[in-house]
Design a protein around this ligand. Structure first.
Ligand SMILES: [Zn+2]
Length: 432
């Protein structure tokens, strides 16, 4: 979970790359014009509401805020850009630009999009369930008046993971949000049934569809300033999943992970090399997990130490406390579970990459010409696989990947599941 950090200083470079003129935060939302229209309208209504109050003209809440809703539910399939849409909406609500609502350039917009605005609470669960304790903390923060902006915005990712108790705790806040608070629940679902009906029925629902691949490429160019070629490749390789595409163009660890996983398809023909590469691949993901989670772990531990009155500052002090207090031990166990989950999720996504490679090979071997390849940069290996294998063999490879993903889902150790995968791929390709 990222909690509101101190706002960045104005000298900080913008998080989102190049300055773009004539565009706003809603440009980050792919395709769907109706989502943009809904959110732009709501942000304008919110602005009118606060402006009416500020000027003391006594505009009644109902009239000025006709298009404004306090509680929202954003759903859409994984990768459709729910979080991006939620953060864009949050930015528009806290934006300080007098002209363009959600200008994307002011400090408030930039910090909101980066998840560091003091009035934007961004809850990103890294575990399977969001507990009631965390939700009570969030509710407490949500009830405070905004500090610098007109609105306090709470974005809860993966709200389908709210435990029953947590959902119940949240219910009253969603039903009657504090005057200046907006709550956005996000859920990775094509329909909102995963969300408790009590919560769902009190929210305005926005469905965000999966964007087309060219749309994703356009957003990457716009947002990160990468070349069109890199953007197109990442968009295709991620099958239009915006978050993964963004990660792929930005993170060298993610690029390395992809190369290693796809490389397995070639290494199964090279004796024991594929088995050895599996170990390297898992190590790469552990490094990637470290890049993402080390700093977060440390912040949480320090925060807890301070809350416990231990006044600990710095890694050494926290280390010395390790194992001495139940609370710290519990936190460490949670952090360990989060890391395990990260590893499994990353491995699963990489296996989807590998399945894409065999799919490309299968389509090539069946002579399909006009199909968009998932991995256009891997033509050499795809053509080789298509040449060496029958369609049946390639289907068996796809099946092996599916079985490996299932095993991981059933908590089989990653190294065991991956070794079994290599064994099955070798068999399917007739090399063992
Ligand atoms: Zn702004």
């Amino acid at each position: 979970m990222s909690t509101p950090n101190a706002p960045r200083t104005p000298t900080d470079a913008p998080e989102s790359g190049p300055e773009h003129s004539g565009s706003d935060v809603f440009d980050r939302i792919a395709g769907s014009g109706s989502v943009r229209r809904t959110l732009t309208g709501a942000a304008a209504a919110a602005r009118a509401l606060t402006a009416g109050r500020a000027s003391g003209d006594g505009a009644p809440t109902g009239a000025a805020g006709a298009g404004m809703t306090h509680s929202w539910l954003f759903t859409g399939p994984p990768g459709s850009g729910r979080s991006v849409a939620a953060l864009a909406f949050a930015a528009a609500l806290v934006c300080g630009d007098p002209g363009v609502i959600g200008c994307g350039r002011c400090m408030a917009c930039r910090t909101a999009l980066a998840g560091t605005h003091a009035d934007v609470i961004h809850v990103v669960p890294h575990e399977l369930s969001i507990g009631v304790k965390l939700m009570r903390d969030v509710i407490r923060d949500a009830s405070k008046r905004p500090t610098t902006a007109d609105w306090r915005v709470v974005v809860i990712e993966d709200a389908d993971r709210l435990s029953d108790a947590a959902a119940n705790a949240l219910l009253k806040t969603v039903e009657e949000p504090p005057e200046r608070t907006v709550i956005i629940l996000c859920a990775p679902s094509t329909d909102p049934r995963d969300i408790a009906i009590t919560l769902r029925s009190r929210c305005r629902h926005v469905y965000i569809p999966t964007p087309a691949i060219p749309d994703v490429a356009r957003i990457l160019v716009h947002e990160l300033g990468v070349t069109e070629g890199d953007a197109k490749l990442a968009a295709a390789a991620s099958a239009g999943h915006i978050g993964r595409a963004r990660n792929l163009v930005r993170s060298t660890a993610a690029q390395q992970r992809r190369a290693q996983m796809l490389g397995l398809a070639r290494l199964v023909y090279e004796g024991d090399l594929a088995f050895r590469e599996v170990t390297n691949l898992i190590r790469t993901i552990e490094t990637e997990a470290g890049e993402t989670l080390d700093a977060l772990d440390e912040r949480e531990t320090e925060k807890l130490a301070v809350a416990l009155g231990l006044g600990a500052k710095g890694k050494g002090t926290v280390k010395a406390l390790r194992g001495t207090r139940t609370e710290i031990r519990e936190l460490e166990e949670r952090q360990k579970r989060r890391r395990t989950r990260y590893l499994r999720d990353a491995l699963d996504l990489s296996l989807v990459d590998l399945a894409g490679l065999y799919r490309d090979a299968l389509l090539t071997s069946s002579g399909a010409q006009e199909v968009q390849r998932i991995h256009p940069d891997m033509a050499e290996i795809v053509d080789k696989l298509a040449e060496l294998n029958t369609a049946e063999a390639l289907v068996a490879c796809l099946d092996a990947v599916t079985r490996c993903r299932e095993a991981l889902g059933q908590s089989v150790r990653p190294i065991v599941a991956m070794d079994a995968l290599v064994g099955r791929l070798r068999k399917a390709c007739g090399v063992s």
